[in-house]
Design a protein around this ligand. Structure first.
Ligand code: SF4
Length: 383
């Protein structure tokens, strides 16, 4: 058992203070201001299939998703919203394109928020007053979701393509309509599939108002490409304090989006780090199959939620150094593994016993660890 001295641990450093955005609510989740950056995803099941949708939401919730969005392209989907909104453990956002009437249906259904796309709902501008009043009365927030693929044709004609300026102009215009009707509980996204355009658009938008920003690289691609595009774009923005909620868009199961989103936030210390495997890339000096070893250790420690750093190193060049810096580590060589715990060699085991020993020691350390408060505010490193 570890002994707490009653001293609060310092929160880990972050790269920049958060941009000062206004705080809104998406159901029970706060977005903007000092609220932790939240992770969103979107269901892929037909919304009309209530059981399958709720099953997928449960899986997303278990993975760590904070907010979920469901598509609402038809009256049948709108009819499914009340049960989904009621039974979901996390706030549900209805995603509305083309048909303003479904915005009202989603508000009546008890959804926590509604996403509207100004480019797809020309009629929308005329209905902002009614939407703002209905949303305000119900305590529902809105996302103004501008998307490069569905930019308002007027702006496409003006700019020739979906430039950062065009995306921002669309968003600011729609925001001004809501603000004219004294509605302020909205966040904005300006998504593009090109991280460079997307980053520029968000940087420009961040200068124009204090709206909370929902980050997304739209149609980012299959898992590998989409993960990299999203990590690069979100990293560029979050490292400057821009971004209040994120959605990684992958052509992959939505739970994968959540895992990637959480990992991005953890890498930037915007979420407490959990299990971290530090493994070397291997090279001609390796005296063990590092890939298999790292995979086996990762597999064996899956589900561990404590902030444990485990080093898996292939030889004695960098191995002992990295293993010493980690909570737990192995430096392999000559058919053996030196096992380190908190900087000290505790034993040397035959290669065949490395994985089992690391897992056993990790479980022992995890049982001893105090898990930091998830809500602890991060510290800003200066210089
Ligand atoms: S730790 Fe050893 S095996 Fe791994 S990359 Fe470095 S030198 Fe190569």
């Amino acid at each position: 058992m570890s002994v707490s001295l009653g001293l609060p641990a310092l929160p880990p450093p972050v790269l920049a203070p958060r941009r000062k955005s206004r705080k809104i609510r998406v159901g029970k989740v706060e977005v903007g201001g000092d609220a932790p950056v939240s992770v969103q995803s979107m269901t892929t099941t037909p919304t009309t299939n209530i059981n399958a949708t709720l099953q997928q939401i449960a899986e997303l919730t278990a993975t760590g998703c904070d907010i979920v969005r469901v598509a609402c392209p038809s009256a049948d989907d709108a009819e499914a919203l009340p049960i989904i909104a009621k039974k979901s453990q996390i706030p549900v956002i209805a995603d509305i394109h083309f048909q303003p009437k479904y915005v009202f249906a989603a508000i009546d259904a008890g959804c926590a928020a509604v996403r509207v796309n100004p480019g797809n709902i020309r009629k929308f501008d005329d209905q902002v007053k009614e939407i703002a009043r209905a949303a305000k009365d119900a305590g529902v927030s809105i996302r103004i979701g501008v998307n490069a693929g569905s930019l308002d044709p007027r702006l496409l004609a003006k700019y020739g393509k979906a430039t950062p300026e065009a995306l921002v102009e669309s968003a600011v215009w729609e925001a001004s309509l809501f603000e004219e009707h004294d509605f302020h509980d909205f966040k904005i996204s300006v998504k593009h599939n090109d991280p460079v355009v997307m980053v520029k658009a968000y940087e420009m938008l961040a200068e124009r108002g204090d709206w909370p920003l929902h980050l997304g690289v739209t149609e980012a691609g299959p898992a590998f490409q989409g993960t990299i595009k999203s990590a690069v774009a979100f990293g560029a923005l979050l490292s400057k304090g821009i971004g209040d909620t994120i959605r990684v868009s992958l052509s992959a199961p939505p739970a994968e989006e959540v895992k990637v989103g959480l990992q991005i936030l953890q890498s930037l210390n915007l979420r407490p780090r959990k299990l971290e495997i530090v493994s070397c890339p291997s090279c001609g000096r390796a005296q063990v199959d590092v890939y298999s070893l790292a995979d086996a250790v990762t597999e064996g420690l899956q589900g561990m939620t404590v902030p444990l750093r485990v080093a898996v190193m292939g030889c004695v060049v960098n191995g002992p150094g990295e293993a010493r810096e980690a909570d737990l580590g192995v430096a392999s060589g000559n058919g053996k593994g030196q096992i380190f715990v908190r900087g000290e060699v505790i034993k040397t085991v035959p290669e065949a016993e490395i994985v089992a020993t690391l897992i056993e020691e990790a479980e022992r350390l995890a049982a001893e660890m105090d898990v930091p408060d998830e809500g602890a505010a991060p510290v800003v490193t200066v210089g």
